[in-house]
Design a binder for this molecule. Structure first.
Ligand SMILES: NC(=O)c1ccc[n+]([C@@H]2O[C@H](COP(=O)([O-])OP(=O)(O)OC[C@H]3O[C@@H](n4cnc5c(N)ncnc54)[C@H](O)[C@@H]3O)[C@@H](O)[C@H]2O)c1
Length: 243
């Protein structure tokens, strides 16, 4: 039977796959018959996701790696290729924000330390570039592949407070377009580079901004976000799967 969206047997590397959104992507790809490499800095959580997928009949491998360390990414690539022989799909999901890089009542814009700005920018932007350098090279050798970056709605409309995060996600959208053209013109039209731009999902990177830690009720910012969201609620990770 002809199946339009059949991806059975493909190999996907997903960074940040121990996290909330990308672990859901890993589970969904595994259900579709894709072999998934759960690449994350958090080895224990990566192993837990891989174990869960394998127990459910999928094929998953936990790989500890740091997207900001090229040597660590090269070692991860070696391990994955030894196990799965190729890489068809790369999802650059590792990313996030932190309080120190936020302008709020505790710290004005003028006090944000450069290290915090760099930390958030590097994690969200440089991490995706380095990972694409390592796994993209494999795709060039294979003359085929798919790269999916995770941008954010913050790339289109910068969020108040999270200065470096919004800037890094805008950079990811820009890099995605640059990379799509670069691969096509220089290597292969069979390597596609795209990004998705999720809206708001409650995860560790934004919980402190959206929910009051004591009451669990929306903060004024959380209320403002919901008022600007046509469906008046946060997304749930499974809603990203179709995309
Ligand atoms: N949560 C949202 O509302 C939202 C909205 C738009 C985009 N995003 C983006 O989606 C992606 C996933 O976010 P999430 O909300 O699931 O966050 P999460 O914090 O649940 O997951 C992020 C994962 O990245 C891993 N990680 C952090 N630094 C790393 C490093 N140096 N090397 C390897 N792994 C590292 C963490 O261990 C964690 O497992 C991020 O790029 C985030 O910016 C999230």
């Amino acid at each position: 039977m002809y199946e339009l969206f059949n991806i059975r047997g493909k190999v996907a590397v997903i960074t940040g796959a121990a996290g909330v959104l990308c672990s859901e992507m890993a589970r969904a790809l595994a259900r579709a018959g894709v072999k998934v490499a759960i690449l994350d800095l958090n080895e224990e959580q990566a192993q837990a996701v891989a174990t869960e997928i394998n127990a459910a009949g999928g094929t998953a491998l936990a790989v500890k790696a740091n997207v900001l360390d090229k040597k660590s990414l090269e070692a991860a690539k070696e391990l994955i290729v030894r196990e799965y022989e190729r890489v068809d799909i790369l999802i650059n999901g590792a990313g996030g924000n932190k309080k120190e890089a936020t302008a709020d009542q505790d710290q004005s814009f003028f006090e944000i330390p450069p290290e915090a700005i760099q930390w958030v920018f590097n994690l969200n932007f440089t991490g995706a570039v380095l990972t694409t350098q390592v796994f993209g090279k494999l795709m060039v050798e294979q003359e085929a592949g798919v790269v999916i970056n995770i941008s954010s709605m913050a790339a289109f409309t910068p969020l108040t407070k999270t200065i470096s995060y919004s800037a890094a996600k805008a950079a990811i959208s820009n890099f995605t377009q640059w990379m799509a053209v670069h691969f096509n013109q220089n290597y292969s039209p069979r390597i596609r580079v795209n990004a998705i731009a999720p809206g708001f999902f409650i995860t560790e990177q934004n919980r402190y901004l959206l929910l009051d830690p004591e009451t669990g009720q929306p903060t004024p910012r959380g209320e403002s976000v919901l008022n600007h969201t046509p469906m008046k609620r946060y997304g749930t990770p499974d809603e990203l799967i179709g995309t």
